[in-house]
Design a protein around this ligand. Structure first.
Ligand code: HEC
Ligand code: HEC
Length: 260
């Protein structure tokens, strides 16, 4: 008798609990939605990268094994080339990239801070623990040329007038517009942590990245440095810089300053 009486009670209690849970889910998803729309409507407040340079991240990014990286790198050959030089203009060369820049980009692809459908798919099949190994391997690949290899780099010399425009920006920048010299961060004069060397990078890729920074579709640069620099450049300057580095003119600082 008692059992049958308490049964409806129990079900209504269950129903109340169920309703509570549904409400909670709705409230929680509304809060999430509000938070995400706040983030997207104010891009300035968005954190550019989950990576910050601390003793721990630096030790992690630089502690990989070249041999383990070599084995894993076979999965990357198809696009980035067997020697770290790509045959496609908009696919980056990885040979000689420093470990910190390399590792940071992989973290940013993984977290979606740097959107790339291709690299996100690729990294689903690579353990994050292997990222330092891949960084170690590619950082020691030589950037010297190999006639047997099919590579996009170096491309033809810059268009007329572009060498002058680029050489000036690379070695002097433009103080009036707040553009520091590229070589003060990307080498060979000095390197800022996380700024990859551009000396052996493809024209097409550099141009695409500069345009992406300028319109903030690539926004994973800590301190907004590249977004503000690239937005201050003209279309022609971005093209000139891409052609300059892509032709191999950024190899040494003497080349940058001595160019006509
Ligand atoms: C299917 C082609 C493809 C494969 C395979 C591939 N990548 Fe990429 N990778 C790209 C493209 C294209 C980009 C440029 C980002 C973009 O535009 O999506 C890129 C960008 C990168 C970058 C950033 C470089 C820079 O200068 O910022 C790194 C690092 C990288 N890939 C590492 C790897 C590693 C390591 C593997 C193998 C585990 C790999 N990639 C496999 C196509 C590929
Ligand atoms: C204040 C230092 C600084 C200066 C000056 C600077 N950069 Fe950068 N640049 C960086 C950093 C740091 C990154 C890496 C951003 C990130 O974390 O993704 C970067 C990234 C880039 C990339 C993307 C490279 C890749 O492999 O994906 C290009 C291209 C580039 N810079 C070009 C330039 C050019 C051209 C100039 C000169 C007009 C310049 N930069 C001046 C700091 C600088």
């Amino acid at each position: 008798m008692r059992r049958t009486e308490s049964a409806p009670l129990r079900t209504s209690a269950g129903r109340v609990a169920g309703l509570g849970l549904a409400m909670l889910t709705i409230v929680a998803s509304m809060m999430l939605w509000a938070q995400s729309s706040k983030l997207t409507s104010k891009p300035g407040l968005r954190v550019p990268s989950d990576v910050s340079w601390t003793e721990d991240t630096i030790a992690l990014a630089s502690g990989g094994s070249v041999v383990r990286g070599l084995i894993l790198s076979r999965r990357c050959d198809r696009c980035h080339g067997g020697e770290g030089f790509s045959s496609r203009p908009t696919t980056p060369n990885l040979a000689g990239l420093d470990r910190l820049s390399f590792w940071k980009q992989l973290q940013d692809f993984r977290s979606g801070k740097r959107p790339s459908f291709i690299m996100q798919q690729v990294l689903q099949f690579v353990l994050p623990e292997s990222d330092p190994d891949l960084a170690a391997y590619y950082s020691m690949l030589p950037t010297s040329s190999d006639p047997q290899d099919v590579r996009e780099f170096p491309s033809a010399a810059p268009a007329a007038g572009h060498t002058t425009i680029a050489a000036r920006l690379v070695s002097l920048g433009d103080g009036r517009r707040g553009i520091p010299p590229c070589q003060a961060c990307h080498g060979p004069v000095a390197f800022v942590r996380g700024a990859p060397p551009l000396r052996a990078q493809n024209t097409g890729y550099i141009l695409e990245q500069l345009e992406a920074f300028a319109d903030a579709s690539r926004a994973n640069d800590i301190n907004i440095s590249m977004r503000s620099i690239s937005a201050a450049l003209t279309d022609e300057e971005r093209r000139a810089l891409a052609e300059y580095y892509g032709a191999g003119f950024g190899m040494n600082s003497a080349g940058a300053t001595a160019a006509p």
